[in-house]
Design a protein around this ligand. Structure first.
Ligand code: 13P
Length: 336
């Protein structure tokens, strides 16, 4: 795979006014989301829900790519069109989550390392054949008393870089996601420091593993006070802190950065992205790769009437995509 093709895909993922919809919840995670609104977690409901999201009319106006889960990339629309083929036909790039989730990091209580490198080359080869052109691997960094440790950050950065190198070898753009969690009572300064040290370790590891940054996308968490800190940060403060942190740790040659929503409200996720883009010009396009902040309103509506609320739920998906597409250009207005 040529680096030009990887770079072209990466640039298309962050095309102006477009971002990514993350619908790659594992079966265990979607079970929690379904349980929250009283939907039975069976394969047909998961398929129908993913079809609702992916077939939202005009989604491609604001969405460049969709991250799928292993089960989903093997599923089809009711009419029998494989989801990846359907997406490609709409001009939306299919992506795939390839990590195997987080596990306790032995010897480091309270810390996690993401697994999934064993057999990854063969899995990537298959996902490429199934139509995926980018992949995602999520590492999780917890903030708490005396954590994160340097060992946890190094272990996760190393795994992300090994994954990224394998993706590029197999023709997929790696989306590298080191998520610094919002959970905890830490202040915004602590989140800033942990995010900065994590990103620096990640870009060191990518360099050491010969990963080409022109064919890589960063999925970043925003710099926020902990959920239980009792602190609320103004939109501008979050935007400034996040931008400064990224500028100090992410090479300018990267084609783009997309954010996760991480449990922020739909509106906060949009407002923060919009504020960062208004503060531009920035070294990279800044866009979104939201899961919950794209889906939660739709899931709630659908749960009220699975047979009849598909259209209404799709309207909310489109509205979220449009709002975030505007925020990716710094053109969003509250209430729009
Ligand atoms: P949230 O936007 O719900 O945090 O999910 C994005 C994602 O893909 C996390 O890996």
């Amino acid at each position: 795979m040529s680096i030009e093709q990887l770079a072209e895909t990466a640039l298309a993922m962050v095309a102006p006014g477009k971002g990514i919809i993350a619908i790659d919840e594992s079966t265990a995670t979607i079970a929690k989301r379904f349980e929250g609104v009283g939907i039975a977690n069976n394969e047909e409901n998961r398929r129908a829900y993913r079809e609702l999201l992916l077939t939202t009319p005009d989604l491609a106006q604001h969405i460049s790519g969709a991250i799928l889960f292993d089960e989903t990339i093997r599923q089809s629309t009711k009419a029998g069109v494989p989801f990846a083929k359907y997406l490609a036909g709409q001009g939306i790039i299919p992506g795939i989550k390839v990590d195997k989730g987080t596990h306790a990091l032995a010897g480091f209580p309270g810390e996690l390392v993401t697994e999934g490198l064993d057999g990854l080359r063969a899995r990537l080869e298959e996902y490429y054949k199934l139509g995926a052109r980018f992949a995602k691997w999520r590492a999780v960094i917890n903030i708490g008393e005396d954590i994160p440790s340097g060992t946890c950050i190094e272990a996760n950065a190393h795994a992300l870089a090994r994954y990224a190198a394998l993706c590029q070898e197999q023709g997929l753009v790696p989306m590298v996601e080191p998520e610094v969690l919002m959970d905890g009572d830490h202040d915004i300064e602590t989140c800033y420091e942990v995010t900065e040290v994590t990103l620096r370790a990640l870009f060191d590891a990518l360099y050491n593993q010969n990963v080409t940054l022109e064919g890589t996308i960063l999925k970043a968490s925003m710099v926020l006070p902990g959920k239980d800190s009792g602190e609320t940060a103004e939109v501008e403060e979050v935007a400034e802190a996040t931008l400064m942190c990224l500028k100090s740790s992410v090479p300018a040659i990267l084609p783009g950065i997309v954010f996760l929503s991480g449990g922020q409200s739909d509106e906060a996720a949009t407002a923060h992205l919009d504020a960062m883009n208004r503060m531009g010009p920035n070294p990279w396009p800044l866009s979104f790769s939201y899961g919950r902040a794209m889906q939660s309103a739709a899931l709630k509506l659908w749960s009220q009437d699975l047979a009849n609320n598909v259209g209404k739920a799709q309207d909310t998906v489109f509205a979220r995509a449009r709002a975030n597409g505007l925020a990716a250009q710094g053109k969003w207005t509250r209430g729009a």
